[in-house]
Write a protein that binds this ligand. Structure first.
Ligand code: IDP
Length: 142
């Protein structure tokens, strides 16, 4: 497995629950390094652009409304196999189906309010990291 970067978002429900630190701890305990991070309140345009691949899906308006409902924390995670590792830590999209001990099983309420986002492929990771960060905002940690 190679050293990878992936884009992660702590979604508005998890920020509101005050579990940013608990989620960051899971990343760090799994050996992922946070190499960029920012808190932001997404605009409608930013949320629509980020989730553009879902724009024809029936849940798209609800997804955009949720993602703009409060602040999020966006980070770049780096490590061996970071993309799959982060997806494993997150658990299934629907928290009711997420394996015990995953972030979504422990902190998420519903398929809409499911605590975290994580890139699902190398191509998505590249696009999503560039969507939120320019090169000078990413700090390689060796
Ligand atoms: P992922 O976040 O696990 O990668 P995706 O299929 O990429 O899941 O969907 C993006 C987000 O859209 C999900 O995290 C979830 O918040 C929302 N979503 C996906 N499917 C549904 C659905 O059937 N109803 C409501 N929201 C959904």
């Amino acid at each position: 497995m190679s050293n990878e970067r992936t884009l992660s978002i702590v979604k508005p429900d998890a920020v509101a629950k005050n579990v940013i630190g608990e989620i960051y701890t899971r990343f760090e305990k799994a050996g992922l390094k946070i190499v960029a991070a920012k808190m932001m309140h997404l605009s409608q345009e930013q949320a629509e652009g980020f989730y553009a691949e879902h724009k024809e899906r029936p849940f798209f308006p609800d997804l955009v409304a949720f993602m703009t409902s409060g602040p999020v924390v966006v980070q770049v995670l780096e490590g061996e196999g970071a993309i799959a590792k982060n997806r494993d830590l997150m658990g299934a999209t629907n928290p009711k189906e997420a394996e015990a001990g995953t972030i979504r099983a422990d902190f998420a309420e519903s398929i809409d309010a499911n605590a975290v986002h994580g890139s699902d492929s190398a191509a998505s990771a590249e696009r999503e990291i560039a969507y939120f960060f320019n090169d000078s905002e990413i700090c390689p940690r060796g």
